[in-house]
Design a protein around this ligand. Structure first.
Ligand code: AMP
Length: 495
């Protein structure tokens, strides 16, 4: 019997979706947590006994659906579980009131504050996704003076008006000038390289998903966490629980998830690479036979299809995975990309991975000059003919450098480098002027935070937010466009 619904984050397709939940399905999350935690404990020791976790967590209010059943995001459902609420005070630094605070900024401030006050106990730092950890670090960059003042005086800032947060914080806060001084000294240094390790010296790892669309944040996270392993523990979605990482110490780019056949019935739709050297017509999904979990082949890419005990039947999750190996006989998968993220002006198709590779090549031009690309997304501008690809880039100067110092010639060079790094079909179309010159629009600092805030205001849980690789909503586009500080075009078609 259906007991409730789960809401997906909806950031890649625009609208959150409702997924059915039964009691049996809900219990699987508890089992899943036990499984991935045992993999972590094997490699990092018993973190449950050694200290507390500073985990940034944000719940969304439940909504009532037309059926009368409640709907909530997966993370909110977990935070609402009785078991979770019981273990929370012992294992985490964040009180439940800060997780359920309706204003994510107040919740974040209090979670960071309490994480800093208990810094000597913190054994892991993390959130579900890498982007939320970075949001936390950037928030800290902007608020550390105020946080230190609060720690020094033992009084919470006035703008924290949520009574639950105030009460929870008051139970832990007392004037501590010594601790505030130590934190101030750490935060006051010119470079924030390795700041996480300095602030939380006992942390053994940073726990957050760094695969899929999150891989773009690895370099920046590694900068802030210098020396601490980045651990992607698991792969799951609102539709089904899928796999765990049995090698948490491996490099983020090598992470594979071992699928758990007791969580759902998994089938796989073979996926072909369709733009190598020629424009192949893609086979219709209906013509392609589904492959069972036991029959997948190493090296092959598949789209994940799930049937669950909660009632989904052969449901396409929209994720493309590659078989990277086997644990005994259980297949292991690397996350490749979201399937529906495609830029296309004509018949060419540019996937999330194509885009990621081209951006990686282009941003390498910025690194030696002391600038980091912190965020990017894309869209196809067809307002003039022919249409062209637009990339929104948020760039940060290292060690206090100002983005205004960035030479425009370098940005034009980045546009060219991106075009040269895109696939054959794109380059041919560009040469034939079927696609116009690629454009990079540099946006001011904080633009992608504003984008995140927009999606959160539309119902996405901050814990589950995944920035779209390709913008499809008019409103989201306006948010970025209104913050553009420079536009650059590729000067010539790629060779
Ligand atoms: P949600 O809408 O919150 O259910 O998001 C689930 C989606 O998040 C999945 O379908 C994936 O696209 C993405 N996701 C979840 N876990 C991972 C992971 N470990 N690596 C890459 N992507 C992930």
């Amino acid at each position: 019997m259906l007991s409730k619904f789960k809401t997906s984050s909806g950031t890649s397709r625009g609208q959150p979706k409702l997924m059915p939940v039964t009691a049996e399905f809900a219990n699987k999350w508890e089992l899943f947590r036990g499984l991935y935690e045992s993999s972590v404990i094997k490699h990092f020791g018993d973190i449950n006994q050694a200290g507390k976790r500073l985990e940034l967590m944000f719940a969304r209010p439940e909504i009532e659906t037309a059926t009368g059943l409640k709907a909530a995001s997966v993370s909110t459902s977990i935070y609402n579980e009785c078991n979770f609420r019981t273990i929370l005070p012992k294992l985490y630094t964040s009180p439940i009131e800060t997780i359920f605070c309706p204003d994510p900024n107040q919740g974040l401030y209090c979670q960071l504050l309490l994480g800093l006050i208990q810094r000597d106990e913190v054994i892991t730092v993390g959130s579900i996704f890498a982007s939320t950890v970075l949001r936390g670090i950037k928030f800290l960059e902007n608020h550390w003076h105020e946080l230190c003042y609060d720690i020094k005086t033992g009084r919470l800032s006035d703008w924290i008006t949520h009574s639950g947060c105030r009460n929870a914080a008051s139970l832990v806060m007392k004037p501590n000038p010594e601790q505030a001084g130590l934190i101030e000294n750490i935060c006051n240094c010119k470079s924030w390289e390795g700041i996480v390790r300095k602030l939380w010296p006992k942390a053994r790892y940073i726990g957050c998903v760094c695969t899929g669309v999150m891989r773009q944040y690895i370099a920046e996270l590694e900068f802030y966490c210098r020396g601490l392993p980045l651990v992607s523990t698991s792969y799951a979605c609102s539709e089904a629980i899928c796999g765990i990482n049995l090698e948490p110490l491996c490099k983020p780019c090598d992470v594979s998830y071992t699928f758990l056949p007791n969580m759902a019935y998994f089938e796989f739709l073979p996926v072909e690479n369709d733009h190598d050297e020629s424009i192949e017509m893609k086979r219709n999904d209906e013509d392609t036979e589904l492959v069972d979990l036991v029959n997948v082949k190493a090296g092959q890419c598949y789209e994940l299809v799930v049937s669950t005990c909660a009632g989904l039947y052969r449901y396409k999750v929209g994720d493309v995975l590659m078989v990277s190996g086997f644990y005994n006989t259980a297949p292991q998968f690397q996350f490749v990309e979201r399937k529906n993220v495609i830029l296309s002006v004509d018949q060419e198709k540019t996937s999330e991975t194509d885009l990621f590779k081209a951006v990686t090549e282009a941003k390498a031009l910025l690194d030696p000059l002391g600038f980091i690309l912190t965020e990017y997304t894309s869209y196809v501008d067809t307002s003039s003919a022919p249409g062209h690809y637009v990339l929104f880039w948020e760039i940060k100067g290292k060690e206090g450098k100002n983005c205004k110092e960035l030479d425009p010639k370098i940005m034009v060079e980045c546009c060219s480098r991106m075009e040269e790094s895109l696939h054959y079909t794109y380059r041919i179309y560009r040469k034939r002027n079927i696609i116009a010159a690629l454009e990079i629009r540099v946006v001011k600092q904080g633009s992608f935070e504003a984008l995140m805030d927009y999606y959160v205001s539309k119902g996405t849980s901050l814990s589950q937010y995944k920035k779209p690789s390709c913008i499809k909503s008019e409103e989201a586009l306006k948010i970025l466009d209104s913050r553009v500080i420079g536009k650059y075009f590729s000067p010539k078609s790629p060779l």
